[in-house]
Design a protein around this ligand. Structure first.
Ligand code: SF4
Length: 571
């Protein structure tokens, strides 16, 4: 039976505990949320010693269900001041699951920067002083040398050490590229505990035991067959998430010039189609790359310069939207370099893109000035004053620079979908307990829902509620959003193969409503915590300018009523 691993950093002590009955049905986001809700005082200082950092593989981690190895990182967020789950690819979830660890709870605070090693023999602690002052790529090389090529590494960069509110946590892929639990300042919480890095080795053990292997094989085969034929997944396999640039551009929903426009004149220079051509023409690039074992989509990429020198892996849609169009930077190489600089210092590219755009609106740098933007991001590691403002994310940057139009909800930068055009997504941004986020349940039109009108001012709440539940369940199961969306869009039949796979794993009979009921339960836990932390319906609102300014002449504003918005959650 899998165990909880509690790591007390104040005492350098690790304890394996039985999983309480109430937690057994959860993994991933549902489990991190439950533990945070039960163990963290809702009104505590997120960077104080009472806060905890919880990592949990999803329920399906370590099984053959495709794309099921996402890791949930849970805590009280220094950015939203509410409950947080930041989700990452990479190899960590599968390694923890194979070691029989259902969740790791980091609590207390080390006296000095500390490295924690977890393997089949237990847990050990050592000083991480030698990593001080290094950027993420230098830390990666050092840890790789020390730990060999079988471990999964996690660490914070300089932004985490500085406890900046946009700081992320790095997790490595099996081939040692960097992935991030990027959102909500989870890296600042890790930094506040003096937890510099975590090294996990499974040593070849595998505690994941599937009760009914034939049943799981059957479900996995059907899911795999469907995803192979799915149109959106095929686009992801070709261009990755950058394929979304031209979709939102054509819809007038690509955030441009700090969300003042919905189309970017240079969108074709930063879109997936162009990136595919660039990557194919250059040495040492890959148009597809997978962040974890068992991924059948490979939506990521490897981006190198013209001479084949590695820059970054991978560039995602959200970075192209927020660092690219939203800052009016139409140069793909420069977006790649800014992305790398964000990775190196360890900050969320979305909140940094949002912060750079408000800084441009304030006149700190010119619209589209990519070199100045790059310098600002690189200056975070040196502690430059303006760079620290940018590294604190869009809300703090906007307030410090006196900008009125700050695109955030609950302190977290909006994702790359304009809510005036995609109003169901706007309702999700407003009401998600996680703050504005694309993984919280974007609502999109498409053949799966032919009567859905994304710009309609009514009828958006039920769509948002469904998608939020769906994604909360996907995060709890450990499913990547890139597979969770095609499964949802396939209609009622296909998701039953996910249900049967969970049933095959655990041996429990589950009903057809399992996924949405699971998601609804997780959302209720999160809402309850946020309420106790002091959030009210006033925190479930988009910034006013979305209701006052269209993003193009004649385009709609966000006009979903507060009553409809408040109907999303019943808690
Ligand atoms: S689809 Fe993309 S994000 Fe999802 S598991 Fe595969 S590579 Fe990772």
């Amino acid at each position: 039976m899998a165990k909880l691993l509690r790591i007390n950093l104040s005492e350098s002590k690790a304890t394996f505990e039985e999983v309480p009955e109430a937690y057994r049905k959860f993994g991933g986001r549902g489990l991190t949320g439950s533990i945070v809700a039960n163990e963290v005082p809702p009104t505590c200082d997120p960077l104080g010693v009472e806060n905890k950092l919880v990592w949990a593989p999803g329920i399906l981690a370590g099984t053959t269900v495709p794309c099921s190895g996402r890791l949930s990182v849970g805590t009280k967020s220094p950015m939203t001041k509410g409950i947080k789950e930041a989700n990452s690819g990479g190899g960590m979830a599968q390694k923890l699951a194979r070691l029989g660890i259902k969740a790791v709870i980091f609590e207390g605070k080390s006296k000095e920067p500390t490295s924690v090693k977890i393997n089949k023999d237990g847990v050990s602690f050592s000083s991480a002083a030698s990593l001080a002052g290094l950027g993420s790529y230098a830390i990666l090389e050092k840890l790789k040398k020390e730990n060999g090529d079988k471990a999964c590494l996690a660490f914070v960069g300089p932004a985490g050490d500085m406890k900046l509110t946009a700081a992320s946590i790095v997790f490595t892929t099996p081939d040692f590229h960097l992935r991030f639990a990027a959102r909500g300042g989870v890296g600042a919480v890790m930094g506040s505990k003096n937890l510099k890095c975590v090294v996990v080795e499974d040593g070849g053990v595998n505690h994941v035991q599937v009760k009914d292997k034939d049943k799981m094989k059957e479900g996995v085969a059907k899911l795999t067959k469907h995803v192979a034929a799915d149109h959106f997944a095929q686009g992801l396999r070709r261009m990755g998430t950058p394929q979304i640039v031209m979709i939102t551009q054509l819809a007038g929903a690509l955030p441009t010039k700090n969300y003042s426009m919905g189309q970017f004149e240079k969108a074709e220079s930063i879109c997936g189609e162009h990136m595919e051509e660039v990557l194919k023409a250059r040495p040492n690039c890959e148009t597809t790359h997978r962040c974890m074992d068992g991924c059948i989509i490979s939506c990521s990429n490897i981006y190198s310069d013209e001479k084949g020198k590695f820059i970054v892996s991978g560039i995602e849609y959200e970075t192209l939207a927020l660092v690219g169009a939203n800052c009016m930077i139409g140069d793909l190489d420069m977006v790649a370099r800014i992305n790398r600089a964000c990775n190196d210092v360890g900050v969320d590219t979305m909140d940094i893109g949002g912060a750079l755009a408000v800084a441009m609106e304030a006149g700190l740098l010119k619209w589209g000035d990519a070199e100045a933007a790059l310098k600002l991001v690189e200056g975070i590691a040196q502690g430059d004053e303006n760079s620290i403002i940018i590294g604190s994310g869009v809300k703090i940057a906007g307030e410090k620079l006196g900008v009125k139009r700050i695109p955030h909800v609950k302190g977290q930068c909006m994702s790359g979908y304009d809510p005036r055009i995609l109003k169901g997504t706007g309702v999700t941004f407003a009401t998600s307990p996680q703050g504005a986020d694309h993984t919280a349940g974007i609502v999109l039109p498409g053949p799966h829902d032919p009567t859905y009108v994304p710009v309609a001012p009514t009828g958006q709440a039920p769509k948002s509620q469904f998608m939020q539940s769906w994604m909360a369940a996907a995060d709890t199961l450990g499913l990547c959003m890139m597979i969770a969306m095609p499964i949802m869009e396939a209609g009622p039949g296909l998701h039953l193969n996910v249900v049967s796979s969970v049933s095959a794993l655990t041996g429990e009979e589950l009903d057809d409503k399992y996924i949405c009921n699971l998601g609804t339960e997780v959302l209720a836990i999160e809402r309850k915590f946020n309420k106790a932390a002091g959030m009210t319906s006033e925190d479930d609102r988009l910034p006013k300018f979305f209701s006052e300014e269209p993003n193009a002449p004649g385009a709609p504003v966000f006009d979903v009523s507060p009553a409809e918005i408040d109907s999303v959650h019943k808690v």
